[in-house]
Design a binder for this molecule. Structure first.
Ligand code: 5AD
Ligand code: SF4
Length: 436
């Protein structure tokens, strides 16, 4: 029998969940329409794609050193493409700096992948391009999970953030398309769904076509009503859109996972104003209080930036105070990094790197202690765990709040929910025993 050689694609994905979903879409397009299959080995690839992030400066520097390295080791004739937010932001400059790059595909232009791979030197970075009505086909189900885009772009104007300049204005995907994709996921064996958008809970702000009025809370309700959907997560929400109705639905709907991302950015009302986040320290704390009292076992994660221009020690102390009260179960913290095209990149009063670094250390050290305290409080608790992976006789899964729990147990529990008592808990995962 003749052995038909398949073309192979290697994709490296940096950055957020949205980028991971874009990579899955790129891959499904290349598989379904161009006959590619995925490889994890660069040397085997006929096509190499780096899906980039530009939220902070470091990964942008890394891109060019990595491109050089990939170009040296790739097999003869293999193509190299740069996709994602840095592609949107640097565009043709990437090819000027690295002439061996075959194409540049912006974060807002993913559906053009099957076109750009055939055009040497193609640069498709239009941030007004609208692929909200494009059906990417089968994005795949892995470990009973499926990611689903519900909107593209971001309409906020946070002064530190490059994303609105790389992903463009916000457009919601019609709910019928989303619900169809969820149903398709259920048919393919998915039980848990991750709804994705840069500003996910602002769903319904704008559609490209005629669409009935619908907000994020209504969409959540409709998704969870579909037969076969067991758990729904979403990222990334904005605290500003967490109204009381949403919090009530979040608390009372058993299919919505009880973990929520509440990106604080800063605890100082003054800095929040300069960041144009649209809320104050008190308002944020009020939302946290409401979420915690409605859902006692909730896990709240956050993003924090230190060293934003003009941040005084007092402003930073406000952030420390919010950390103390909110007791986030997970925290992603960063030193402010000035980004091109953003308003804050023109702000005076930049904070010396050593000062920002020292604040970051203090913040992270205090958070580690909080995590240890939280871990201790978990021992003896009983959770419903959805087991999605088996490793060496050990079942691994997460509870509704997203805590990673390992437990000895019968393989028949794979893809199901088991009741587990926690016997040992660390900062990021716990060990338990199945009790039913
Ligand atoms: N500098 C540092 N961190 C940033 N983020 C976004 N832009 C910047 C920047 N210019 C962080 C925010 C955001 C997360 C994805 O990245 O905390 O929530
Ligand atoms: Fe950036 Fe703010 Fe939009 Fe998040 S909400 S992507 S931080 S502009």
């Amino acid at each position: 029998m003749k052995n038909i050689e398949k073309k192979r694609v290697f994709i490296e994905t940096l950055g957020c969940a949205m980028n991971h979903k874009d990579s899955a879409n790129i891959l499904s397009q290349l598989e379904e329409r161009e006959g590619y299959s995925k490889t994890e080995t660069i040397e085997d690839a006929d096509l190499i794609i780096i899906n980039t992030c530009s939220v902070r400066e470091k990964p942008v520097h890394k891109l060019f050193s990595e491109l050089g390295q990939f170009n040296r080791i790739k097999k003869a004739g293999a193509k190299i493409g740069v996709a994602g937010c840095t592609a949107s932001h640097l565009g043709r400059e990437i090819i000027k700096k690295a002439p061996y790059v075959d194409f540049v595909l912006g974060a807002r232009n993913v559906s053009k992948i099957t076109d750009v791979i055939h055009r040497k030197g193609a640069v498709e970075i239009d941030i007004n391009y609208d692929d909200s009505l494009y059906s990417f086909g089968d994005g795949g189900v892995a470990d009973f999970k499926k990611m689903i885009n519900i909107s593209i772009g971001c309409d906020k104007k946070c002064t530190f953030c490059i994303v609105p300049h790389t992903r463009g204005t916000e457009i919601s995907i019609p709910s019928e398309m989303i619900l169809d994709e969820v149903k398709r996921g259920v048919d393919e064996g998915a039980k848990e769904f991750l709804l994705l958008g840069q500003n996910v809970n602002n769903y319904g702000r704008r559609f490209s076509t005629e669409h009935k009025k619908m907000d994020f809370t209504q969409l959540l309700r409709e998704v969870t009503e579909i037969n076969g959907v067991e758990r729904v997560r979403f990222t990334s929400p904005h605290p500003l859109h967490m109204d009381n109705e949403f919090i009530e639905e979040f608390a009372s709907n058993p299919k919505i996972a009880k973990s929520i991302h509440m990106p604080l950015q800063s605890g100082s009302t003054e800095i929040l104003k300069a960041m144009k986040r649209g809320y104050s320290k008190e308002w944020f704390l009020d939302r946290v209080e409401r979420v915690r009292s409605a859902v006692p076992d909730v896990a709240i994660s956050t993003d924090i930036i230190v060293g934003f221009p003009g941040e005084s020690e007092d402003n930073f102390q406000d952030t420390m105070e919010v950390l103390e009260i909110a007791r986030f179960e997970q925290m992603f913290s960063f030193k402010y990094s000035p980004r091109p095209m953003t308003e804050a990149s023109n702000f005076k009063d930049s904070i010396p790197d050593e000062v920002a670094g020292e604040r970051l250390k203090r913040l992270q050290a205090r958070h580690l202690k909080i995590l240890e305290e939280i871990a201790q409080s978990k021992v003896g608790k009983i959770y419903d765990v959805f087991f999605d992976i088996e490793d060496n006789g050990c079942l691994i899964g997460r509870n509704s709040a997203g805590l990673l729990i390992k437990s000895r147990g019968d393989r028949s529990l794979l893809g199901k929910v088991g009741r587990v008592k926690i016997i040992e808990s660390g900062r990021t995962s716990a060990k338990g025993e199945v009790i039913s």
